[in-house]
Design a protein around this ligand. Structure first.
Ligand code: ADP
Ligand code: MG
Length: 729
């Protein structure tokens, strides 16, 4: 019986690419399975349509009778497309999406006949059994039930013959149990705050949308190979495996020709995305072998977050058709780059102006500077919270390892904009002379649009970089729900803009300054206060670690350290004040995240123990026996002189025994240590122990296993090797 590894390799060789032919234009497919505004116009009465638009634009409530009409139209539309079921689609704090399907079908009294039904009440609210979703103790202390409620701002869509209705998920007491609820609150907060500030520049601004464009990185490997690795199956990453002779050092994968199987997978994925209204636009090879990226056109943040969550699900399903497995883990393979999910963020007014893009007039450029500098200040004052927004057990393998941003938060804006800030720093305190105003307008503000046009300098080592008309948060992990960093970013910017407006208004009302003078004055102070966070150098360098420490920036290297910022008094108050999360919600979220961390490391520990004891040790003993027999044979042949002919074999026999001993001892030690740590009731202490005591043992166990992989007969080795995982196409 060949090992699973060889069966898998054989299977991989047999597999041809499923060729995806594109017969229709992408634009014709776009939104085909979405109950979007065009479809609504077709299916809804004018009243119902207006009501939905009002709910999207202004958050107004939809009345019960209108909800009935909408439900009925949605059902008609869905039935016309062969849909049988509906579901409330939500994002609990498990990181995955959740759905429970119900059929439209109902029996018609005792008539023996059936009918398709879907009313307003089913559209608006549902009560899934919530008891198995993480709640961080919210439901235990209050009420066991939770409910889902329709979010009209994200359109319903058809997926796998099911009508999916995006919803929030909350406890009966109103506390959020999902990602969407606090995200919507944070987006509301930043809308209110940014609109108030944007009105300084244009009275017609009624709404500001935060925009998000994510870039999803991932690995793609043959599904048979993936199944042959218990560590990939159970943890999403390889816990052992010696690096292959060739990795990414030749840089021959990045932006190279997309391999045929991967390309067909991507085509298939993109077609599904088009139908679902996910506006994917870019695809390319990433740095590591078998690593890729897909990115959409940016959208309003709530929609973009839904689309990314949906995409991660769709990817998995499409991959099955192609006998591939998508690895969304941040670090599936040691020694080659891991995967991230850059979050590109900007603010856009309902009048179509990007507030992070300088306009044609000095006033609109001052508007740009206002939002630009306020964002920098928000990051400066909340650097630790921003860092926490990217923390997870899996992302710990990536951040700070010279392939992704460090665990220190900083902002990169480029030389030219640094110069602009320097000039602004010199603005006179109080009223400005007419000459100074003219100078500023012509020589500083007036030049910004040109600067940005040819501002091509980019710093890939920065966690938060300004890239021309948006900020790019690069620390986010590939597996993460974008809502987490987006809740934080939009909340801190909202808070900052509120404070800014207060300060400007005081200067206008109490000091009699003109509006632009007041703005210049406040911005000048902000520039002075925010210098610590600006960094243009190499974020991967050891010098930056020292420099950042001098500046007093935090450097929380691991998830348990980083997450604690989420429950500092300062941040609990911040979320509460901005109406994003109350104390209970914030604390519950911390608890869920820290518990997830513990569980992930715990599972990895168990799997590593299994694989090293059940796969590695038995295999190397088999090989050792072959060697022993060989040595015994040589002894028979050569008698006393046998040692001359079996020196190497004996060395290998001994080396195997030494590594077996080490693995066994470490696994036992780890099991004992886990037992001890598991007794701790304080979650934060427990996580810290898992991080500092248990996790380092993985490296020692892995080291011996990987050494053995190099010694043992390739035919016997049961675990698919790195070169096979990374280079099979
Ligand atoms: P990169 O060179 O970093 O890959 P791209 O130009 O490919 O950057 O853009 C990456 C993402 O940024 C895309 O999703 C894109 O839609 C998004 N993006 C572009 N402009 C904006 C903006 N103003 N606000 C938010 N996201 C944006
Ligand atoms: Mg990109």
């Amino acid at each position: 019986m060949p090992t699973l590894r060889f069966q898998a390799l054989k299977e991989t060789l047999r597999r041809n690419s499923i060729v995806i032919k594109e017969t229709e234009r992408r634009s014709a497919l776009f939104g085909e399975n979405v109950f979007n505004q065009t479809t609504m116009l077709q299916y809804l009465t004018k009243d119902a349509y207006d009501s939905v638009i009002d709910a999207i634009d202004n958050g107004s409530k939809i009345s019960r009778s209108i909800a009935d009409q909408i439900a009925s139209s949605m059902k008609e539309w869905a039935l016309s497309k062969g849909v049988t079921h509906y579901t409330h689609w939500f994002q609990p704090l498990t990181g995955a999406t959740a759905e429970k399907h119900d059929a439209f079908f109902e029996t018609l009294g005792n008539s023996g006949k059936g009918i398709e039904k879907f009313g307003g009440s089913q559209l608006v609210q549902q009560e899934p059994d919530a008891s198995s979703f993480p709640s961080g103790g919210i439901r235990n202390t209050f009420e066991a039930r939770g409910y889902t409620a329709w979010d009209p701002s994200s359109p319903a869509f058809i997926y796998e013959t099911t009508l999916c209705i995006p919803t929030v998920f909350v406890a009966y007491t109103g506390e959020a149990l999902d990602y969407k609820t606090p995200l919507l609150r944070a987006l509301q907060a930043v809308d209110n705050a940014a609109t108030a500030v944007a009105k300084y520049f244009d009275k017609n601004v009624k709404k500001v949308n935060a925009q998000l464009g994510w870039e999803q990185e991932f690995f793609l490997i043959d599904s048979a190979l993936a199944i042959s690795r218990p560590d990939i199956v159970m943890t999403g990453r390889t816990l052992l495996g010696h690096s292959s002779a060739k990795g990414q050092q030749l840089d021959d994968h990045y932006f190279g020709t997309i391999p045929a199987r991967a390309l067909n997978f991507m085509r298939d994925l993109e077609i599904e995305c088009m139908q679902l209204g996910i506006p994917v636009k870019t695809r390319h090879n990433e740095v590591a072998p078998n690593q890729f990226e897909v990115a959409p056109i940016f959208e309003e943040t709530n929609l973009a977050v839904d689309h990314n969550s949906l995409l991660m699900d769709v990817m998995g399903r499409v991959a099955v058709r192609h006998h591939l497995k998508v690895l969304l883990h941040e670090k599936p393979f040691a020694g080659v780059n891991g995967s991230g999910k850059h979050n590109n963020w900007s603010l856009e007014t309902n009048t179509g102006i990007n507030l992070l893009s300088p306009g044609k007039t000095p006033m609109s450029t001052l508007q740009f500077l206002t939002f630009f500098i306020n964002t920098i200040k928000a990051i400066n004052e909340n650097e630790e919270l921003m860092r926490a927004g990217s923390a997870s057990a899996s992302n710990d393998h990536r951040l700070g390892t010279n392939e992704a941003p460090p665990t220190i938060m900083s902002v990169f804006i480029g030389q030219q904009l640094n110069k602009v800030l320097k000039e602004l720093e010199g603005v006179t305190d109080g009223k400005l002379s007419p000459q100074e105003k003219t100078d500023l307008k012509l020589n500083v503000i007036g030049k910004i649009p040109e600067i940005l046009l040819d501002n091509t300098d980019r710093n890939r080592t920065s966690p938060f970089a300004f890239t021309g008309n948006k900020f790019e948060f690069r620390a986010v992990g590939s597996k993460a729900n974008c809502a987490n960093p987006m809740i934080i970013l939009n909340t801190i910017v909202a808070k900052q803009l509120i404070d800014f407006k207060k300060e400007v208004d005081v200067l206008i009302d109490k000091k009699g300054l003109k509006k632009d003078e007041a703005i210049f004055n406040v911005l000048r102070e902000y520039i002075k206060q925010s210098k610590n966070i600006l960094f243009e150098g190499n974020g991967y360098s050891p010098e930056w670690q020292k420099e950042a420490k001098k500046r007093g920036l935090s450097n929380n290297k691991t998830t348990p350290e980083a997450l604690s910022a989420k429950i500092s008094e300062k941040n609990i108050t911040l979320f509460e004040e901005m109406g994003v999360m109350n104390r209970t919600e914030t604390e519950a979220r911390y608890e869920i995240e820290i518990e997830e961390y513990i569980k992930r490391i715990q599972i990895e520990g168990r799997v590593l123990a299994d694989v090293s004891r059940n796969h590695v040790i038995p295999t190397v003993i088999k090989y050792q026996n072959i060697l022993i027999n060989n040595v015994l044979g040589l002894k028979e042949l050569y008698g006393k002189d046998f040692k001359e002919y079996s020196k190497e074999q004996i060395e290998i026999i001994e080396e195997i025994s030494i590594h077996i001993g080490k693995i066994n001892a470490k696994v036992s030690e780890m099991t004992e240590a886990r037992k001890k740590v598991n007794k701790l009731s304080d979650l934060s202490k427990k996580a810290t122990q898992y991080c500092n005591t248990i996790k380092p043992m993985f490296d020692e166990i892995r080291y011996s296993c990987d050494k053995l992989e190099l010694i043992v007969d390739d035919e016997l080795w049961p675990l698919t090797k790195y070169r096979e995982l990374l280079f099979s196409r």
